[in-house]
Structures are given as structure tokens and as C-alpha cells.
Design a protein around this ligand. Sequence first.
Ligand SMILES: *Cc1c(COP(=O)(O)O)cnc(C)c1O
Length: 353
Amino acid sequence: MYLKRLENLKAYKTETTPCKVKLSSNESPFDLSDELKERIKEEIVKINFQRYPDPHAKELKEALSDFISSEEGVEVSPENLVLGNGSDEIIHLLITVIGDLKNPVMYPVPTFPMYQVSSDVVGRPKAEFFLDDNFQLTEESIEEGLKQNPHIAFFASPNNPTGNSFDKNLIMKVIEKGIFTVIDEAYIHFSDKENFLKQALEYENVVVLRTMSKVGLASIRLGYMIGKKEVAAAIDKARLPFNITYPTQVIGKVVLTQGRQELKNQIENVKRERERVINEVSKISAVKVYPSDANFFLMKTPDANKTHQELIKRGVLTRNMSHLPKMENCIRVSIGKKEENDEFIKAMKDIFG
Ligand SMILES: *Cc1c(COP(=O)(O)O)cnc(C)c1O
């Protein structure tokens, strides 16, 4: 009976089949350079391993706010930030603390599964609504969600697993209704579309979520929320005190101060490769490729289960999405290094003749 509430939860599933080419988790295909690892090594050995880390991660927050300010040309200070053990943790925190827990969490379908998972864990109702056939928001679908009186809304833009960005004006409608709106910008570094940073710094009911996971640092689990100082301070009170480990604080600071150009070069490389891979796969007439602003893209094949297996046989692991609503026969493919993408393209051409 103690476990009753957990009966219907499903454990988070990832693709684990070992393959030579791993294009299944939207990670960066590039490891850090040896030079940067050397710098990290020098700093790591200075850690007092018996001590708790700084609960406010002051130095890391300074490095991070400086990084954001210089990249975006918008003034972000450490007080605008809440740090998480991955942005997953912040999603869970927001679902736990924002609004009345009896009022639903609103988000479109299909999208990133954590909004649903965290709502279920907390036992909070969900106001789900469907994206259209091009995976876009519509005025009608948003109305559908709003009718259920949500107290918090999530929009991943660019969206995972679809790859597209949402119409800013439609999200603004939700914001203008006064709903606490979270823009999950996990893939914003790969997009040329407008972000919501200005709104997050201006509106009390808007925050932006970002993460280092998709830009080369999935290993250290570092996500962050950007919002007005009062909003960030209020939410930060509910954060677990030592959620950012000492090693994460040290590594994050080194990379965000000395590794900026390296990360930027990797992102540019992924964007170039994305255009090339999409262009090549689009030549296969049996396959429909969806446009992407992210470091992955979605494709629809006549039989996704079969394509997924055939790709594994050829040493390429992708993410089969076909079990999810609105995702029939869809496979998500992360962008890899040039050689990895070549293997994927070759396998696809082989499978489809
Ligand atoms: C990967 C992903 C995240 C989670 O990132 P972590 O920081 O690794 O927890 C959040 N939102 C979206 C849309 C993602 O795809």
C-alpha cells in the first residue's frame, strides 16, 4: 500500500543496445580537448573531498552569468539563476512548488517526457493538448489546455523529440493570461530563432531553462533556470542545499571560463552537419524528414521498428519514438561527428536501396 501511488509509473527508458555509432541521446558527439581536460585535472586535485560544496555555487554562478551575458548581449547576474542537477531537477522542482498542486501542469504532446513524469510522481493533474500534424502549436489547442485552468505551462522550444521551434506569439498568449510559463531552451544553442531571455528577465511569470547537457557536458549534470531576481530567489529556497556537486562546480567553472570557444566551435560543427545529414536523408523518397532547430532531427519511415533494428544491425543506434502518441513510425536521430553521420547516411541508403 505504501507503493500504491507508484504502481502506474513507468521507469525512464533509454536506448542501451551497444553500437559503434551512438545517435540516440542528443549528446554532443565531441569530448573536451586534452588541453581543457588538463586544466580540469589541475583544479580537481585541489578539491577538499571531505567537505560539502558551496551550497550557493557562487563561483560557478558568476562564470555562468558572465557566459550568458557575453553570448546573448543581455545582462544576466548570478541572482537571476537557479542551478540544478541537470535541468530535469529544476523541472521537478517547478512542478513541485509553482501554483496550487491541485491545478494542472500544461504542456503539448508530443514533447519531453519529464513534464509528464514529474507531474505523475508529484500526483499533480496534467493539462495535455496535441500539437498539429507539423508539430506546431495552434490557437485552438492552446485554448484546450487553458480551459483546464493550469497553474504552470511548459514549452520546450526547440521541442524534443520533434526538433521544431514554436510560434513565439502563441506562447506569449499563455504568458499574457498570467500562467507561470517555463520555456525549456535545452536546444537553443543550435537554433537561430528568437529566445525568451528578455521575457524571463522582465515577467514575473516567465522563466527559461537551459542545460549544459546537449553542448558537451552531459556527464556533470548541470542545468539552470533564468528568471527575475525575486522569482529565482523564491524558487531557490526550495532547492536541495547541495544539489550541485563539488566536482561539477569546479569543472563547470573551468569550461565556462576557458572552454567557451571550444564549445562554440562544436556547436557550429553540429549545425553544419545537421544541414548535410538532413539534405542527404531527404533524398530517400520513402523517408519523411522533419525540419530541425536542434542537434537532432525526426524522420518518419514506412516501418520504424524495422528501420530502427536494421540501423542497429549496421552499427547505428537511434531512438525509436513510434510507441509515443502522434509519433507513429518516427525515429529521432542525433547529429554525430562527420564520420558517424556518414555511417548513418550509408546505412540508410543501404536499407532503402
Ligand atoms: C535533454 C533535455 C532536458 C534535460 O536536460 P538535463 O539538463 O540533462 O537534465 C530538458 N529539456 C529537454 C527538452 C531536453 O531534451
